[in-house]
Ligand binder design. Sequence first.
Ligand code: GLU
Length: 509
Amino acid sequence: MVRTRFAPSPTGFVHIGSLRTALFSFLFARHHGGQHVLRVEDTDQNRLVEGALENLVHVMNQMGIEFDEGFYVTDDGSIKERGGHGPYLQSKRLEIYQKYAKQLMDEGKAYYCFCSEERLEELRKEQTALKKPPMYDRHCKKLSADEIKSKIEEFSAKGGSASGGKSAGKRPVIRFAIPNEGQTVIHDLIYGDITYENKVLDDQVIIKSDGFPTYHLAVVVDDHLMEITHVIRGEEWLPSTPKHILIYQALGWQPTQFAHLPLILNPDKSKLSKRQGDVAVEDFLKKGYLKEALINFVAFLGWNPKTEQEIFSLNDLIAQFDLAKINKSGAVFDLNKLDWINGQYIKLKTDAALAELLKPYWQEYGTKTEKFSGAFLTAIAALEKERLKKLSEIGERTAYFFKAPDYAPELLVWKKSDKEKTKSVLSDLLELFKNLPEADYAKEKLELAIKKFIVDKNYDNGSVLWPFRVAITGLEKSPGPFEAAAVLALGLGKTEILQRIETAIKKLS
Ligand code: GLU
């Protein structure tokens, strides 16, 4: 049975890259009828952010990424844990890591390290000056049993604490002893075989002085005990993988399979980072990207179905997902593509469903949607549907429907007309509208009436339709005059149209 896991650290918002990792591990598990586990890696206590775990679980839930084990959102919105391999929060598993660290110590595969931060810093400086990669020099590996004993006694006598401090000694860390020779090969499902010389690998700390494991020990122990078969994670973890494989071997375990996902890049090929704009899933949702569109977009960050199909539902993705179709080269994060995909998903919504989705965005813009009829909101949604790229654009784009627009008088004058002519056209139009029954304000009838008016009065289209549209919308670019006026009349009645034309005439006087 395939078992994959998503193993985030709860350090704040959910990065779009984390969403991709979670999605791919979910797709892979489901494609193979397997299970998906959510494990939270909180061993770096300095980087924890209050509420990050809850936020993460909610975002995953919102995006439709399911977990069979680990944390989940209950019907009442609270977060609970389930599954037979828990606890799923690493800080609740400290004894487990201690046990395996002890086993490695007992077998001579790990050792205490008493080196101070100062010594390690000195060492790093020396190595950097010599243009060597900074690495621990295995100083403490050479300590005799007696030396170790006396250092431990010294630590206890000083009433040593985890953090050290001036008087107290610092509790030693435990380092994993990497074999001095030989090679370690990663059989990566995406990158193929990668061979590392063991001698270039650092003797990684596996238990810190606060008694917590480092990521390297915890990830191996948990992936093994949680019976994970495939680790799918970002390429930035590739250099850690040989160390993980060596820890698996030292513990006498079979390593999982590994699949590392290509980096996500900005269009300028730099690594996607917060500095270049939004990278938090929460921000994208807030801006009005639909979750289906985000999932569809993120699926293409590195994966390519190798067909023409561009729109994929989550179920389509599950059916077609294949690690063999993941590229090795970086995946460019192209916001234009996201906008395009989002536009496609917006078009797929019914008008009423879209209006419902738009309500919070109207509210945020200050439009009190409860004051207007559902039919009016739906008609506006229908009008904007083809053009809308993000839901958050709606407030500004449609403000004129809810409140008479303010605009410069010059905007009313069509390029081939002038102020006086515009004024008289608008006065004639006002007469026409006054005599037009409310029922004739539906788009087609309105269009017929105005077109007839243009012919009867011997006007040209532009000198009528331009000022009419501006009087209604106050915008240089907007939906067409008949559509906009019909929707406005539907929502606010004929009088609103008359008023807007009167305002336009006044502006020109
Ligand atoms: N906790 C690591 C992270 O935050 C997980 C890396 C892994 O999947 O092994 O990305």
